[in-house]
Design a protein around this ligand. Structure first.
Ligand code: NAP
Length: 306
């Protein structure tokens, strides 16, 4: 194993003076990343849909990191009105945003629509983060070397963007909808980087995936998974504080470049130390990135202007 393969949270440079906004910081990967960023001195904004849970999360972080500098921001990614409100409050209250970690997510939810009329997984995982990033772009661009880090998944490799039924109006499969949303996360990051570079911005977009980690993500899994989970889970899942390492590295390692994708380097990218990984074939077509981008601007009403 090379030195590069052994990157750990101890390699995070001092984050004092930097601000990181972490979506979905109440649980799992988001909580573990927020704690680590706070441990290294960042001001961390816990961007969450449930402020009661955020208070518990903040208390847990402070128990581990007594000097943690934390702020709570209400944000429901499944509601574009809430995303707009949150972005405005964040832009008003944060002089700088060095890292926007687009992490929150739901998986395999039963068929549901948001108040805006969008399929829940696509709306929460992709559209909400697309809108949030666009609305915070001026603040990100005003912060030297800022990064937008978006958490995708290894399952993007099995997915495709179904432009004929993006919003699952004809047919809903919870598995396909999740896969599509995670492929969309990755394509969004790649297209954002392409546009930022073309605009000469020094803001970068980076994607990451956690491999397999024991978090709250399985709450909507079918009953059979809950029956076998306690036995098989420990064999396959790494703890959240390992699963968060690719995103943490993407957010903080000075060697990271825009357009990269980080994941765990061991055992078919399910576990291990984080490093750059390859995107699956379905994520490599810039024509699809561009089409998804245009659809996302139309569906969210958020135009990036780049
Ligand atoms: N765990 C894995 O093995 C794995 C693998 C691949 C990719 N991922 C990705 O990793 C990311 C983090 O997931 P996790 O595994 O840490 O799961 P988790 O423990 O369930 O955390 C998900 C977080 O997202 C928040 N969230 C859900 N819907 C939201 C909404 N509408 N608005 C704002 N926040 C919302 C949740 O808030 P509440 O506490 O209020 O529910 C929670 O804080 C996701 O993007 C997921 O797709 C995870």
């Amino acid at each position: 194993m090379t030195a590069a393969r052994k990157w750990t949270a101890q390699d995070v440079p001092d984050q004092t003076g930097r601000t990181a906004v972490v979506t979905g910081a109440t649980s799992g990967i988001g909580f573990a990343t927020a704690k680590e960023l706070a441990r290294h001195g960042a001001h961390v904004v816990l961007a969450v849909r449930d402020t009661g849970k955020a208070a518990v999360a903040a208390a847990r972080i402070r128990a581990a990191v007594p000097r943690a500098e934390l702020t709570v921001q209400r944000l429901d990614l499944a509601d574009l009105g809430s995303v707009r409100e949150a972005a405005k409050e964040l832009a008003d209250r944060c002089e700088r945003i060095d890292v926007l970690l687009n992490n929150a997510g739901v998986m395999w939810t039963p068929e549901a629509r948001t108040a805006d009329g969008y399929e829940l997984q696509f709306a929460t995982n992709h559209l909400g983060h697309f809108a949030l990033t666009g609305l915070l772009l001026d603040t990100l661009r005003a912060t030297p070397g800022a990064r937008a880090v978006t958490i995708s998944s290894y399952v993007h490799r099995l997915a495709r963007i179904d432009f004929a039924d993006l919003n699952a109006e004809r047919r809903y499969s919870r598995y396909r909808a999740y896969g599509q949303s995670k492929l969309a996360n990755l394509m969004f990051s790649l297209e954002l980087q392409r546009r930022l570079a073309a605009a000469g911005a020094d803001t970068v977009a980076v994607a990451a995936h956690p491999g397999l980690a024991a978090t709250g993500l399985g709450r909507d899994f079918p009953a059979a998974f809950h029956r076998i989970g306690p036995t098989l889970g420990p064999l396959f899942l790494q703890p959240a504080d390992r699963g968060m390492l690719p995103g943490l590295r993407a957010a903080t390692d000075p060697g990271v470049r825009g357009g990269q994708f980080y994941g765990p380097l061991g055992l078919t990218e399910t576990r291990g130390h984080p490093g750059p990984v390859r995107t699956g074939g379905s994520a490599r077509d810039p024509r699809v990135w561009r089409r998804l981008w245009e659809e996302s601007e139309r569906l969210t009403g958020v135009s990036y202007g780049i």
